[in-house]
Design a protein around this ligand. Structure first.
Ligand code: GDP
Ligand code: K
Ligand code: MG
Length: 277
């Protein structure tokens, strides 16, 4: 049976390490990511005859280029291509945690959502329709209570099942006509660049967000100076047409999308995001 690599991603204190320990027990080792002092925690587990390697990624709120942990997490996901990402969410703070979930989904890798802290969400009266959430985001959703070992079997089952399906990567935030037009132009230009490991749409959005790490790595490639110049022009044009810096406009659209997903998936006890609708 093939080995599956499962990466646990999520906000700090969402319960990643608790779930990692539940799944791997004593079969773990800790090292470092190459060149940085960020801890790399890896463990093993067998499930339905399969060998699973589980990686406990650093906790992050976002996937920007400004924080080392966030860079490490996104590099791992794109470059080491884990078979499945399990995004551990603090369900009691669902909306805030969905902001990372959406960014992880934008990386176009297979993803399972673990609504961890389901006990805390219940206590807060937050009723989440996990089916609706899964349909909206196009991914499996599993309820877990990490510190009580609840939902671990279901989580593994969902992850392994997803690892066996062909992933279509169809998830897409709609950034609105102006930004989408610019994204399409950059994607067109990137189509001519051979050997890009990252999804082109993701790269295009990141470049328009002025992500220094992506811009530098694209700029360092032969023949890519014209793409960098194109992005500069597009960023100036977008600033004029939207009256906002593109990175702000993009973040706002992403927050808007998260709020819409949250509102459609939460049936009672809207918690932190009070809504009158
Ligand atoms: P990490 O930062 O994502 O690795 O989070 P941890 O695994 O360190 O968990 C943070 C805290 O939440 C710990 O005290 C855990 O015991 C607790 N915890 C983990 N899962 C749950 C859960 O489902 N419900 C509750 N109530 N607490 C949990
Ligand atoms: K912690
Ligand atoms: Mg941890």
């Amino acid at each position: 049976e093939p080995n599956l690599i499962i990466a646990l991603a999520g906000n700090p204190n969402s319960g990643k390490t608790t779930i990692f320990n539940n799944l791997t027990g004593a079969r773990q080792h800790v090292g470092n990511y190459p060149g940085v002092t960020v801890e790399r925690r890896e463990g093993f587990c067998r499930y339905q005859g399969r060998n699973l390697t589980i990686v406990d990624l650093p906790g992050t709120y976002s996937l920007t280029a400004y924080a080392l942990d966030e860079l490490v997490a996104r590099h791992f996901i794109i470059e080491e291509k884990p078979d499945i990402i399990v995004n551990i969410l603090d369900a009691a703070n669902l909306e805030r945690n969905l902001y990372l979930a959406v960014q992880l989904l934008e990386l176009e890798r297979p993803l399972v959502l673990a609504l961890n802290m389901a006990d805390m969400a219940d206590k807060a009266g937050l009723k989440i329709d996990d089916k609706a959430l899964g349909v909206k985001l196009g991914c499996p959703v599993v309820r877990t209570v990490g510190n009580k070992q609840q939902g671990m079997e279901e989580l593994l089952r969902a992850a392994v099942a997803l690892g066996e399906k062909k992933h279509d990567g169809a998830f897409m935030v709609d950034y609105g006509p102006e930004i989408e037009q610019a994204v399409a132009k950059v994607v067109d230009s990137l189509a001519a660049v051979p050997g890009l490991a990252y999804p082109k749409r993701w790269l295009a959005v990141k470049m328009l967000e002025n992500d220094r790490n992506v811009i530098e790595s694209i700029g360092a490639r032969e023949g890519c100076q014209s793409v960098i110049a194109q992005v500069e022009v597009l960023r100036r044009e977008l600033t004029e047409t939207t009256q906002q810096e593109p990175e702000l406009a993009i973040a706002n659209r992403r927050y808007g999308y998260v709020a819409a997903v949250f509102n459609s998936a939460v049936v009672a006890g809207r918690g932190e995001a009070a809504s009158t609708s």
